[in-house]
Design a binder for this molecule. Structure first.
Ligand code: GDP
Length: 458
């Protein structure tokens, strides 16, 4: 997500990099472009103004101009300001405790059980899915007994959908009684919660395609009768400028305690997250990163800010890699990459590792500088089956061909295609992609490699 911002800021900060000293004009120019980038990324204007003002004051106040490494300082200041703005009172985990379960800090569960959690938002925002994800998480990490209830009487299928997710996750759902009004269902759910000895009752309200009066009245009423410990606004990260209206309306009319951003795994721009956070003052607590029931993560301002800056999500990339990659092999490749060497043998090892790492597109999104190359990557249509074919192509080459791809001319291509059960155009495509990857490595090298980039993120 956030490539609109990251590409732009990437360009701006690139200019500042490597400069011996940074003038006031440089800061102003950088901030002008930061401003445009934020606006282009659908951040609401008042939020942008606020952000720029904050960063400018800070930049000048901290004497960036006299700093030894001005580029780094500006990146750090912009980065920190973004983190600050994105982070809620929930904050982000301290170093070294990334894996610690923070559910109890993120969600307020400190009221007499059953703890009501109210899910609100527009239709299709991911409310039902997120309800089930939260229920599953409370069940597995907090050992809570959870009851879910759908208050969506608009769409008959909605109540059924929640029941299906309940079965999938092993979480109880309130039996459906047709004809009941949302408030009645909510009361029944709380009664059932008390009688059944449940710790938490998750109430999934109906959504509409757009904000309307009836919806607001209905949700506010449900909130009044259930007095939830948490009222979570679920919004799609792709919502854009509408985020402001949606967040403002729900916060003013219903009152929310936090935001859950869904589809963070998609191509969303960053504006929504920034605007909603800034305008409501409510923390973004969790983020949905996929359709599967375990695809729910703590919202981590640091990581998102890193992505916004186009520095890549180095932290999660490293973590993900550490889990699955054979480190020795990876280091070997990294060393060769640093030297600007990257032959087809390396590409083969890398393809294997990438495949092991699972979701390829997700991973590419985490890599520094990739936001800019996103179009190219999409054009290359990278997916699992393609990777398997590519492996087959490289495996059909002789060791010499792998080390010296430049010797692969027409007749060799024909042989390789036949050997791998592919066609010559596919072989060509692979060779081209190898070249592109080589170029990407060079770019990364220019930026000082992964280590340099991590340092810059400070
Ligand atoms: P509701 O109308 O707000 O209850 O929305 P749903 O929960 O029915 O979600 C609508 C669609 O979005 C479903 O197909 C979900 O699988 C999908 N969805 C929800 N959250 C995420 C997410 O974080 N990532 C992705 N990729 N899809 C999601």
């Amino acid at each position: 997500m956030f490539e609109g911002l990251s590409g732009r800021l990437g360009d701006v900060l690139e200019k500042l990099r490597g400069k011996g000293s940074l003038s006031q004009d440089d800061v102003n120019e950088a901030m002008r472009e930061v401003r445009v980038a934020l606006l282009e990324a659908d951040v609401a204007l008042p939020v942008v103004k606020d952000f720029i003002a904050k960063v400018k004051t800070r930049a000048v106040g901290q004497e960036v101009i006299q700093s030894v490494t001005p580029g780094q300082m500006v990146i750090k200041i912009v980065h920190d300001a973004l983190v600050e703005m994105l982070a809620g009172q929930v904050g982000t985990p301290d170093e070294g405790e990334a894996d610690r379960d923070r559910t109890a800090e993120i969600l307020n569960l400190n009221v007499t059980p059953p703890v009501p959690i109210l899910m609100v938002g527009l239709q299709g925002s991911g409310k039902t899915t997120t309800s089930a994800k939260i229920a599953l998480r409370l069940k597995t990490t907090q050992r809570k007994k959870v009851l879910m209830a759908s208050l969506d009487v608009q769409r008959p299928a909605a109540q059924h959908q929640l029941a299906v997710l309940g079965e999938q996750t092993g979480v109880d759902t309130l039996p459906i009684i047709m004809g009941q009004k949302p408030v009645q269902i909510a009361k029944r759910a709380m009664d059932e919660g008390r009688k059944g000895g449940y710790d938490v009752v998750i109430l999934d309200t109906a959504g509409r395609l757009a904000i309307d009066e009836e919806l607001m009245v209905e949700v506010a009423e449900v909130r009044k009768v259930t007095n939830p410990a948490e009222t979570l606004l679920v919004t799609d990260a792709m919502i854009g400028q509408d985020a402001v209206t949606v967040a403002t309306e729900f916060n003013d009319r219903v009152g929310i305690t936090g935001i859950v951003l869904t589809r963070v795994d998609g191509d969303a721009r960053g504006g929504a997250a920034l605007s909603m956070r800034a305008i409501t003052g409510r923390p973004i607590k969790l983020m949905g990163v996929g359709e599967k029931m375990d695809a729910l993560e703590d919202f981590q301002a640091e990581r998102i800010a890193g992505r916004i800056l186009g520095m890549g999500d180095v932290v999660s990339l490293v973590e993900k890699a550490a889990r699955t990659i054979e480190m020795d092999e990876a280091e070997k490749i990294a060393r060769r990459m640093e030297k600007g060497k990257f032959d087809l043998e390396d590409m083969l090892s890398q393809l294997k590792q990438v495949r092991r790492m699972g979701d390829i597109k997700g991973l590419l999104g985490l890599m520094p500088g990739v936001a800019k190359m996103k179009k190219q990557i999409e054009a290359a249509n990278i997916d699992d089956s393609l990777i398997k074919r590519q492996e087959a192509i490289i495996l059909s080459m002789t060791p010499r061909e792998r080390r010296h791809p430049e010797i692969i001319k027409a007749s060799r291509k024909k042989r390789i295609a036949a050997g791998s059960g592919t066609a010559v155009p596919e072989v060509n495509k692979l060779l081209k992609q190898h070249q592109q990857m080589g170029q990407m490595m060079k770019q990364m090298k220019k930026m000082g490699g992964m280590k340099g980039m991590a340092e810059r993120m400070g």
